[in-house]
Design a protein around this ligand. Structure first.
Ligand code: MRU
Length: 356
């Protein structure tokens, strides 16, 4: 997708260096950063210079490529893979990508290992792009139906950033929106600000603006009244881990939006590539929910009057703060899962029918 009219992907490999867009600086500064070692990749994931389930999976895959460039040694590779998996716990794509890479690399001759690692990391990114494109085409049909019935602008609410910045291109939740917009269907997006890190305001609204998709940022607590007033036609969100029973783990606050949508009979869809499905866990209590630094809540960053980035404390200095990054929406509140293979029920049977 485009920034300032120029097409980008979120990650690419150039001359033994992995290039990323530093998402901690968006929307105020557009900075391309170089990752040269597996430690750089780990740090980029931890500090959320790259974020979003599919993108951290791809970064981890390239992290292994960097590890081989640094030191072509099996025990070093294994240690890098463990450290990469531990860099963020909730999104399953990270483990999925590392497991897939290691399966390809174990037992491979050291003369060939770099070539094979690079091919597999590239394949992971190319596959993600095509999965996200198909998610868009499958989700487009849902938006088209609503547009045909309503004969007016379709208002879509989304939470966090499950846009192209969270993937390699297209996004998951945003892909049906981009496809609808390109087809000339009138869409407008309600963008949840998504405290504490404001991925909605800083990233989703930013990328929709760059693509010319009408959108409005709202405070996280505004969705409920908009739904009661009939100003939301559907919700589409992303996910960091969808369980085999259809329960959906996503950015903190997703659950509350799903409850409000259910109460107002508004379709609530979750868009995901199959790399985000955790086939092993059925009990959501077993998902490791990331708890991040309290500073993400107690401090806020923005431009000061001289256009300089500045971080300020907004809470009482003595207050205790808790910063859980994700919550779980039971499948019963999800209207459907939009995947690269089609749309299914958010249930064990729905997923099995589509994928097995
Ligand atoms: O903490 P983040 O910004 O990595 O969280 C991102 C989300 O919750 C997204 O909705 C999810 O990763 C899906 S991205 C297609």
């Amino acid at each position: 997708m485009k920034i300032d009219g120029k097409s980008y992907r979120t990650i690419w490999f150039d001359n033994n260096i992995v290039k990323i867009i530093d998402q901690t600086k968006l929307p105020h500064q557009f900075i391309i950063k170089n990752l040269k070692t597996s430690k750089d990749a780990i740090n980029a994931i931890k500090t959320m210079e790259v974020r979003g389930a599919p993108l951290i999976g791809a970064t981890a895959a390239y992290g292994l490529v960097l590890s081989i460039i640094e030191k072509n040694d099996l025990s070093f590779l294994k240690k890098s893979s463990e450290d990469l998996i531990a860099s963020r716990p909730t999104a399953i794509n990270l483990k999925w990508a590392i497991d897939r890479m290691m399966k390809k690399l174990l037992g491979v001759n050291s003369n060939e290992i770099l070539k094979i690692a690079l091919e597999e990391a590239k394949l992971i990114t190319e596959e993600d792009i095509s999965f996200c494109e198909n998610i868009g085409l499958n989700g487009l049909k849902i938006i088209e139906k609503i547009a045909e019935k309503k004969k007016d602008t379709v208002n879509i609410l989304t939470h966090c950033n499950a846009g192209w910045l969270a993937t390699i291109d297209w996004g998951t939740a945003t892909s049906p929106i981009y496809h609808a917009h390109k087809k000339g269907i009138k869409v407008h997006v309600w963008v949840d600000e998504t405290r504490p890190r404001n991925q909605g305001a800083n990233l989703t609204s930013y990328e929709l603006n760059e693509e010319g998709v009408p959108n409005t940022i709202i405070a996280d607590n505004t969705g409920g009244i908009l739904m009661q007033r009939g100003q939301v036609d559907m919700c589409i969100v992303g996910t960091d881990r969808t369980l085999s029973n259809g329960d959906v783990c996503n950015k903190i606050g997703t659950y509350l939006k799903a409850l409000a949508a259910k109460d107002n009979n508004i379709p609530f869809y979750v868009a995901l590539p199959s790399s985000t499905i955790d086939w092993k866990i059925k009990d959501h209590k077993k998902i490791p929910i990331e708890e991040r630094n309290s500073e993400e809540l107690s401090h806020i960053e923005g431009l000061d009057k001289d256009n300089k980035l500045k971080k300020v404390l907004i809470y009482p200095q003595k207050s205790k703060v808790m910063n859980l990054a994700f919550d779980v929406t039971p499948g019963k509140y999800v209207t459907g899962l939009i995947t690269e293979k089609g749309v299914c029920d958010a249930s064990e049977q729905g997923l099995k029918e589509l994928f097995k």
